[in-house]
Design a protein around this ligand. Structure first.
Ligand code: VGL
Ligand code: ZN
Length: 199
């Protein structure tokens, strides 16, 4: 058996009820995520971390509304309400999340002109965050992923992780999805097809 790590994706106030981009039931996963954090030897967290005026915000594009899609130089981009602004309360981890054990916090989405759903690559699918190299250097080859949102940051992280040769499981009870236009079903199918184990 390889060396395992738990990757906790974006369990931040803005993705929980009352937050700017609330995911239904987002806060409900926290007790289960905390149980998993206690059981793993290695824990990595990700934190969506946008500068004000980020290009993924609908408010940065006159006439555009949240959840519309636009073409960016790197491809189609869904527009979001302003969320997870660097240093804001919304960008903080949920207050009940037991995050202190985390050995690494990967921040993503900090480049103004490009969004980053995946913990491994920005949305151009070629600019790395450094997480792949970090895990490999530490001899970690099996990842369990949980967090928010199932069909965006969790799914793209899991797909990139299998693409980088990691063995990946996603614990669905410890995830919640946004589900825009069928995105939840389609991303679950893509994960299954690409060899992500859905638990
Ligand atoms: C996320 C949309 C925008 C996520 C982040 O964490 O799934 N979704 N930014
Ligand atoms: Zn974001």
């Amino acid at each position: 058996m390889g060396t395992q790590a738990l990757v906790v994706i974006d369990v931040q106030n803005d993705f929980c009820p009352g937050g700017a981009l609330a995911v239904a039931g987002g806060a409900d996963i926290v007790p289960l995520v905390n149980d998993l954090i206690m059981r793993f030897d290695h824990v990595v967290l990700t934190q969506d971390w946008h500068p004000a005026g980020h290009s993924s915000f609908a408010s940065s594009h006159p006439g555009k509304q949240p959840f519309e899609t636009i073409d960016m130089p790197y491809g189609a981009q869904t527009l979001w309400p302003d969320h997870c602004i660097q240093g804001s309360g919304g960008a903080a981890f949920h207050s009940a999340l037991k995050w202190t054990k985390a050995e690494l916090v990967v921040r993503k989405g900090f480049r103004p002109a490009i969004d980053s759903y995946s913990a491994f690559y920005e949305n151009d699918h070629e600019t790395p965050t450094g997480l792949g190299g970090y895990l490999r250097e530490r001899g970690i080859d099996e990842l369990t992923m949980v967090g928010l949102a199932t069909d965006f940051c969790v799914a793209f992280s899991a797909l990139d992780a299998v693409g980088q040769g990691f063995k990946v499981s996603v614990v669905l009870d410890a995830c919640r999805g946004i589900d825009l236009g069928g995105s939840l079903d389609s991303m679950l199918t893509r994960m299954r097809e690409q060899g992500v184990t859905l638990v």
